[in-house]
Ligand binder design. Structure first.
Ligand code: F3S
Length: 61
């Protein structure tokens, strides 16, 4: 799985607290996902972050 944060992000920060291993807040106040593929044990937490995002800014492939 790969995670990506798109331009819809409003910087609410939920993903970074739900799954800090994959999502970090940038200096611009939006989230950024790690470039590397998500470790299998973190996939449930990434999906939680995705469903929790209020603006559907998290894409997974
Ligand atoms: Fe942005 Fe959604 Fe995370 S708004 S900070 S991608 S929960």
């Amino acid at each position: 799985m790969k995670a990506n944060v798109n331009e819809n992000c409003i910087g609410c920060g939920l993903c970074a607290s739900t799954c800090p291993e994959v999502f970090q807040m940038t200096g611009e106040g939006v989230a950024q996902a790690q470039e590397e593929p998500v470790a299998p044990q973190l996939e449930p937490s990434v999906l939680d972050a995705q469903s929790g995002c209020p603006v559907d800014a998290i894409e997974v492939e």
